[in-house]
Design a protein around this ligand. Structure first.
Ligand SMILES: Cc1cc2nc3c(=O)[nH]c(=O)nc-3n(C[C@H](O)[C@H](O)[C@H](O)COP(=O)(O)O)c2cc1C
Length: 209
């Protein structure tokens, strides 16, 4: 089984979302059937940020491959690498902090890189079709405050919408909330997230994958 583990916290040390993503991967590994092995690819977007989708990147993407300058080809190759990594994954595990009510900018850049017409999605006579099918996605969300199931939580609807658009609609969320509400609340949030991880339904999809 290929597991793609993605961190998006700006913090190298002490990141709750990265730790929880790691914990999900560890749980996945021990839940694997005996005859399967986990191959984990870790992409830390905080340590290795992906470039933003600016005008030069757009021009590179919309230039036919044979006509690209070396710089344009190199820019497209960066996106190609992220797409290939994702295509190869059976399971995707994301660690996602809330920053100013949204997802961290490096994660948005990753989403911009992997969303490519005719490669990861296409439009048909019946509407859009996601081309990244058959993957299971786990997302560890960390927040200083409490936003689960409130209109201020823009992360969950956004991540559901864009990942489903790309074909990845089988998503399970783990929440660690109230992390900035004092040491006791922080401890409780992590304990709660850990028990959500312990309760994740791994079995059936692992056999299917
Ligand atoms: C720049 C910044 C913006 C933040 N914005 C929010 C926010 O809008 N809502 C919230 O609940 N917490 C917010 N937080 C708190 C983080 O979500 C929280 O500290 C979380 O644990 C960060 O994830 P990490 O531990 O993986 O780094 C923010 C933190 C930072 C550093």
């Amino acid at each position: 089984m290929n597991i793609l583990q993605i961190h998006s916290s700006a913090r190298a040390d002490g990141s709750h979302s990265s730790r929880l993503a790691h914990s999900i991967v560890e749980r996945l590994k021990v839940s694997l059937p005996e005859d399967d092995t986990a191959r984990v690819t870790l992409r830390d977007l905080g340590r290795t940020p992906h470039p933003e989708l600016n005008e030069a990147a757009l021009q590179a993407l919309f230039t036919p491959p044979a006509q690209r300058t070396p710089d344009q080809a190199a820019r497209v190759a960066l996106d190609d690498a992220l797409i290939a990594e994702l295509q190869a994954a059976d399971v995707v595990v994301l660690g996602v902090p809330m920053y100013n009510f949204g997802v961290p900018a490096p994660l948005k850049n990753w989403i911009d890189a992997i969303s490519r017409a005719k490669v990861t999605f296409q439009y048909t006579a019946n509407g859009p079709e996601g081309l990244l099918k058959g993957k299971k996605v786990y997302i560890a969300l960390t927040r200083g405050g409490l936003y689960r199931n409130t209109p201020a939580d823009t992360q969950v609807p956004y991540l559901k919408a864009v990942l489903s658009f790309l074909g990845m609609s089988d998503i399970q969320f783990v929440y660690a909330e109230g992390l900035a509400m004092g040491p006791e609340a922080e401890q409780q949030a992590i304990a709660s997230a850990q028990s959500q991880i312990d309760e994740l339904a791994f079995g059936a999809e692992l056999v299917a994958a």
